[in-house]
Design a protein around this ligand. Structure first.
Ligand SMILES: Cc1cc2nc3c(=O)[nH]c(=O)nc-3n(C[C@H](O)[C@H](O)[C@H](O)COP(=O)(O)O)c2cc1C
Length: 147
């Protein structure tokens, strides 16, 4: 690695453009990190309904759905009667403004059981600056209100 790359401000984009070999290695590393992560990672398209294009194994473990059952669907499939609509309204507002969303709400597993989902959504921008995708980090947290 050249000294110029040891800067504190080095971005992932700089690393990826270093050379083709390094790009491949970084992509493999990223993929391994996502596949092994304890937290759920979900990527959607930036279109109405937010069709899911990627989930890591942690999302499948948490929700009970297989990857193929989630791909192409809206994350709204995890919602139900007990899901707090105020949280979803906040989510819509943040997304419209291009801001990061962070919140908690009841979600439903495939077997119908509920759990408290905490998730963050970040917009992913394309080279032209437009929002191309959304990425969510998701985890199950204790339900402090009781059930
Ligand atoms: C990347 C991403 C991840 C999401 N993950 C969840 C989730 O884990 N649980 C949930 O209840 N809603 C989640 N949502 C929100 C739902 O997709 C959203 O409430 C639903 O699409 C309805 O939005 P709309 O009413 O604006 O169409 C997620 C949205 C995005 C973009």
């Amino acid at each position: 690695m050249p000294d110029s790359m040891k800067s504190e401000y080095l971005s992932l984009a700089d690393i990826f453009s270093y050379d083709q070999n390094f790009q491949d290695i970084m992509l493999n590393m990223l993929e391994s990190a996502l596949e092994a992560s304890f937290q759920g990672v979900m990527i959607t398209e930036a279109e109405p309904g937010f069709p899911i294009i990627y989930v890591n194994p942690a999302v499948c473990e948490m929700t009970g759905y297989q990857r193929t059952e989630l791909l192409g669907q809206s994350p709204a499939m995890l919602q139900g009667e007990k899901t707090d609509q105020a949280v979803l309204a906040d989510l819509r507002e943040k997304i419209e403004r291009g801001e990061i969303f962070h919140g908690k709400a009841y979600n439903y597993r495939k077997d119908g059981s509920t759990f408290m989902m905490e998730w963050k959504i970040v917009p992913i921008r394309g080279v032209g600056g437009e929002i191309a995708n959304y990425l969510a980090i998701q985890r199950e947290v204790p339900d402090i209100q009781g059930d």
